[in-house]
Design a protein around this ligand. Structure first.
Ligand SMILES: Nc1ncnc2c1ncn2[C@@H]1O[C@H](COP(=O)(O)OP(=O)(O)OP(=O)(O)O)[C@@H](O)[C@H]1O
Length: 321
């Protein structure tokens, strides 16, 4: 609660609006709801999203409704039915649908920020997941403490808090919560990390959760710097990017600014090999007749005169998840 209060003081100083907690019914968000309710009994409200993805979803919703009724906390529930397109993972689509629903519920409740209950171990899992996918700095930065999506702020006040301490706190108060059976399903990489890898790490490196989280913070800071540099370089090379001005930058800076431009142009899932190919073509582009036409992400990048253009495939443009 002290961690929550400190963060709330710094983040929401002067704000008197509702404190909207994303409440799944699981242990962590139950602890967050309880802590917020104790700190701001009149201001807290709960937001729940029913993904309708598993038979237990209806039980979660019933549980959430009962707890909120018992504690006298206003609750808003939204039904979503995530349907992934061929190349998307169900998890990613469900997550995106959840954020959109939470933002919309927060707006209805008059809240400017949604509070999420991710804690230190969630951050470590996210970092390890990113490593298994060969992520770059944005992935290694882990989950941000705050972000904006769909016009609403999202805050993770407990990123530095130990998950076991939260559960112990709930048990000490005799508060019930639901256990999501899908968290046991070891077909999901995250669950294998949680159940098999983390116990071994804990045994060998007792402070790993803190040190991994610190590494994520370092990566986040470096990534913020790269973003700033990409913004400045994009200004300098123009939009669409001028090839000669791009060539004046070092190769890492070219890659950095191209990633930003491609993202803004709607290029989803551009691979490392594709970006390398683009860089090679830019380096080789020294004559008027040099042609560039490359598949990048779900779309095409080509040269037109002095500049590069990009067009996503029909229906492929969208947010990078
Ligand atoms: N269905 C949902 N409705 C509202 N908020 C949710 C929902 N699912 C997740 N969240 C929010 O996102 C956070 C992280 O989600 P995650 O899937 O890791 O948690 P969980 O295991 O479902 O629940 P918990 O974190 O409460 O134990 C949750 O702590 C909660 O704040």
């Amino acid at each position: 609660m002290a961690a929550l209060q400190r963060l709330a003081d710094s983040q929401t100083a002067g704000e008197q609006g509702p404190v909207a907690v994303a409440y799944s019914g699981g242990a962590d968000s139950t602890a967050l709801l309880l802590a917020a309710w104790r700190l701001w009994p009149q201001r807290v409200c709960a937001l729940h999203v029913n993904h309708n993805l598993q038979p237990a979803a209806a039980d979660f919703e019933r549980h959430v409704r009962r707890v909120c009724a018992d504690w006298g906390i206003p609750l808003r529930v939204r039904q979503v039915r995530p349907t992934p397109a061929a190349r998307d993972s169900l998890e990613a689509v469900a997550r995106e649908a959840r954020y959109a629903a939470l933002a919309s519920l927060a707006r209805e409740a008059g809240a400017s920020t949604v509070w999420l209950a991710h804690h230190r171990q969630d951050q470590v899992e996210t970092l390890l997941l990113a490593l298994t996918r060969g992520a770059g700095l944005p992935g290694l930065a882990g989950m941000p403490r705050h972000m904006r999506r769909h016009g609403i702020g999202f805050l993770r006040p407990w990123l530095d808090v130990d998950g076991a301490a939260l559960r112990a706190w709930l048990d000490a108060h005799g508060v019930s919560y639901v256990d999501d059976p899908s968290n046991q399903d070891q077909r999901h990489t995250r669950n294998r990390i949680r159940h098999r890898l983390l116990p071994v790490l804990q045994e060998s490196f007792p402070a790993f959760a803190q040190t991994f989280a610190r590494s994520a913070r370092h990566a986040a800071q470096a990534q913020a710097l790269l973003e700033e540099m990409a913004q400045a370089d994009l200004q300098a090379i123009g939009q669409p990017p001028n090839i000669r001005r791009l060539q004046a930058l070092s190769e890492p800076r070219q890659a950095n600014v191209l990633r930003l431009w491609l993202r803004q142009a709607g290029a989803r899932q551009a691979s490392e090999a594709q970006l390398q190919q683009v860089l090679r073509q830019i380096a080789a582009c020294r004559t008027r007749g040099h042609r560039i036409h490359l598949r990048v992400g779900q779309g095409y990048l080509w040269r037109q005169g002095e500049v590069l253009l990009y067009k996503p495939d029909e229906g492929a443009a969208g947010p990078n998840l």
